[in-house]
Unconditional design. Structure first.
Length: 542
């Protein structure tokens, strides 16, 4: 390496640290003109591409760097992470295995890795659903950089997903100590330890006032709402959410009318025989894939999907793979739709050209990081309800379990939930009336699928499940073609990680404390109650 290249390389590294990407990019291109085999120049260009969400380009650059320096673990870690980001979990896992192999060849080599590399490896494990495996890398990253709030937060989240709540609380608190403006840590901490947050109510109110970004405000608002709810101050709980959600609502690019159009289009696609490839009620699925591994649990969030997942995965023949984005991602890819939204009218219109046998096989293969060791596995992505008919086209032997719950309990729990701002499918939760209208759309689609596919699609009511658990679960296991035992109802037997908002609740015994919980918020529900009076009168009188 020439002296000028060394200097340009150092300047590029410093420029990336200060986010002066144009200068870094300029220097790196000069380096490659002088030395086309300079591996780290490709790697740093990949970092710049990744920072600008050019993930495919970043991956290509990382791979080029690795070719020139095949034993560099940092390059392999970034390749693994990039593969997980472009939804290639099998390749991501393959690179994680290569990293582990390299680390096993030299005693103590893991201790020589930077905190950045350790955290990157941990993040990749987490992104492909290996939460238990991610913890050791996050913990080491925190040991190397004990004041880095991002590493502390990631470790705390892995601890939360795997059930170590006391230690998760400790690390969330430490992350906040080192970065008081790590807004997402406040909402995460409040979900685990409201009592601790009560001490910080004044601080939360100030953060809410001072924050300029609406997504940051949402994290603080949800933390405050948890505090108010714990104090049984239900009016304030809803009020603090309503104010910030209204602001967020103004920035959205989708509306209720978009959901109405989408739900209508999905049902129309399965009601009208527009092409020979279209599945209609009087026709059998077009594929003949014998695979019967997949059990999909769907429903609006906070309706008991995690509870059913924990009960079923207590069975020795069932693995919980968590909430997989796999089917929706592959459906989008196979449709060749180029729109940004995962599912929309354009994606549906192009889906008539999908080879569903290939889609089904690709889906099963994509789960293999987490599945294949038992005869059945659970995919618990709630809004796979939108794809139910397509799932059955691709996997005719799949079982789909749909959770149904009291409308007002569903509306309240969804409105109080903080969903990822990147998941536009949950935009309805920013508005109470939209959430109620979405519930009605959901019910209509649920009934539609059950009528079309009674052998594949099973509806279970949450209230009935917690009130009459043995009977309901016996029916459920029978539908899934699994034997039932009373021991499956002991959730303490299930130690598997769970990366959902219910991670704490579903580790306790089955109870009915959440039934009719909406009554605590009845004053705030006056605008949506009329929507359910005619169709669900019992939900108001129980």
């Amino acid at each position: 390496m020439s002296q000028s290249s060394t200097l340009l390389h150092e300047q590029a590294q410093q420029a990336i640290q200060t986010k002066n990407y144009p200068l870094a990019h300029h220097n790196l291109l000069i380096i490659l003109q002088q030395d086309p085999l300079f591996a780290d120049a490709y790697f740093l260009l990949g970092i710049i591409a990744s920072e600008h969400s050019q993930l495919t380009k970043a991956l290509q650059l990382f791979i080029q760097a690795e070719k020139l320096s095949p034993h560099n673990i940092e390059y392999k870690a970034c390749i693994a992470k990039a593969y997980s980001q472009v939804f290639q979990p099998i390749k991501a896992y393959s690179y994680l295995q290569r990293i582990n192999q390299l680390l096993s060849q030299t005693t103590g080599s893991i201790n020589n890795l930077s905190a950045y590399v350790l955290d990157t490896i941990g993040v990749t494990h987490s992104q492909i659903g290996l939460h238990e495996e991610s913890k050791s890398f996050f913990e080491l990253a925190c040991q190397v950089k004990p004041t880095n709030s991002s590493y502390l937060f990631n470790f705390a989240t892995a601890l939360r997903f795997t059930g170590n709540f006391p230690l998760a609380i400790q690390y969330y608190q430490t992350a906040i100590q080192h970065n008081p403006y790590l807004y997402k840590a406040y909402s995460s901490l409040a979900s685990l330890n409201v009592k601790q947050q009560q001490v910080c109510t004044t601080k939360l109110k100030k953060l809410l006032t001072d924050a300029t970004n609406v997504d940051n405000k949402l994290h603080i608002a949800h933390a405050l709402a948890k505090v108010y709810e714990a104090q049984k101050n239900y009016d304030e709980c809803f009020a603090v959410l309503a104010k910030i959600k209204a602001t967020k609502l103004q920035s959205l690019s989708t509306t209720l009318s978009d959901d109405v159009a989408l739900f209508k289009a999905i049902q129309k696609q399965f009601s009208v025989d527009t092409t020979k490839k279209q599945l209609t009620p009087d026709k059998q699925p077009l594929t003949s894939i014998p695979n019967n591994e997949a059990i999909f649990i769907v429903g609006m969030p906070r309706t008991g999907t995690s509870l059913v997942d924990r009960i079923l995965s207590n069975h020795a023949d069932v693995t919980s793979a968590g909430e997989l984005p796999n089917f929706s991602k592959l459906f989008k890819q196979f449709s060749h739709s180029k729109t940004e939204v995962t599912i929309d009218i354009d994606t549906l219109s192009k889906s008539t050209n999908i080879n569903f046998e290939q889609l089904g096989n690709a889906y099963i293969e994509s789960t293999r990081v987490l599945t294949g060791k038992t005869s059945k596995f659970i995919d618990k992505m709630p809004l796979n309800i939108l794809y139910a008919g397509f799932i059955i086209q691709a996997l005719p032997n799949a079982k789909i379990i749909c959770l149904n719950r009291n409308p007002l309990d569903t509306v309240v729990s969804n409105y109080k939930q903080l969903f990822s701002s990147t998941m536009t499918e949950y935009n309805y939760a920013y508005d109470l009336k939209w959430t109620a209208e979405y519930y009605l759309l959901f019910q209509q689609l649920m009934t539609f699928w059950q009528r079309l596919f009674p052998q594949n699609f099973y509806i279970i009511n949450y209230d009935n499940l917690v009130e009459n658990t043995e009977h309901e679960t016996q029916q459920l296991f029978n539908f899934c073609e699994l034997d039932w035992q009373a021991t499956y109802l002991d959730l303490s037997n299930n130690k598997a990680p769970i990366a959902t908002p219910s991670t704490q609740q579903v580790r306790t015994s089955i109870h009915n404390k959440s039934v009719n919980y909406w009554r605590n918020f009845d004053k705030a529900l006056t605008e949506v109650m009329p929507l359910f009076k005619s169709t669900y009168p019992n939900s108001l009188s129980n």
